[in-house]
Ligand binder design. Structure first.
Ligand code: E4P
Length: 225
């Protein structure tokens, strides 16, 4: 499963990209607004840090303007993925961009029928928002299960299921069990994935015992050479 990070904060992206575990980045207009930066600069900055797909969302609602914005965002770097909303015009734009071989992430997906249409429009990624479904009393992971199941019936569908609006590590584990292709994580959730209190406790005990031996692996290797 691929791990994307869902933020437009360059410092966070730099820090987490250093782990070598990041496959891409997703942004949206709210995240760009939160970053306080200009969208073109922010996306260019992210693309300098990450070589994998970087989703940049268009904000126009009419096809001709959507295509114009897509052209501008796509010219920033070759790894920019154009993010379009799941509307009729969004899917028309998706189809046209895919004919030009541009990567497209169809966002704001809340139903299996929408996901089916996005696949038909040739989307590179479909982004169902699991957390927002949970927020209104639904079960976001049921939708992921449904979409992955439907897509797997049709080998011709190449659209990847990108689990979005992730709120906690359990979403990630459930997505992996279902076989989703990608998860996009807020930085805080990605950090949570690393930690376990027993890891910290165990490491402290190992290092305490090691210190008592007075040994050093590096020093020993020098005397042996
Ligand atoms: C995905 O691409 C979206 O940017 C994001 O996951 C939305 O998450 P939210 O529901 O936490 O805003």
């Amino acid at each position: 499963m691929k791990f994307f990070i869902d933020t437009a904060d360059l410092d966070e992206i730099k820090e987490l990209a250093d782990t070598g575990l990041l496959d891409g980045v997703t942004t949206n207009p709210s995240l760009i607004a939160k970053s306080g930066g200009n969208i073109l600069d922010v996306i260019a900055g992210i693309c300098e840090i990450v070589s994998g797909p970087v989703s940049a969302e268009i904000t126009a609602t009419e096809v001709d303007m959507m295509l114009e914005e897509a052209e501008i965002l796509g010219s920033i770097a070759s790894n920019v993925t154009i993010k379009v909303p799941l509307t009729v015009n969004g899917l028309k734009t998706c189809k046209l961009l895919r004919e030009q071989n541009k990567m497209v992430n169809v966002t704001l997906c809340f139903s299996a029928s929408q996901a089916l249409l996005a696949a038909k429009a040739g989307a590179t990624y479909i982004s169902p928002f699991v957390g927002r479904i949970d927020d209104v009393g639904g079960n976001g992971m049921d939708l992921i299960d449904e979409i992955v199941g439907i897509y797997s019936q049709y080998p011709g569908i190449k659209t990847e299921v990108l689990v979005a609006s992730v709120r906690h590590p359990l979403h990630v584990i459930e997505a992996a069990k279902i076989g989703a292709d990608v998860v996009t994580l807020p930085p805080s959730v990605l950090r949570q994935l690393f930690s376990h209190p027993l890891t910290d406790k165990g490491l402290t005990a190992f290092l305490d015992d090691w210190r008592k031996t007075g040994q050093s692996i590096i020093e020993q290797s020098k005397t042996r050479a």
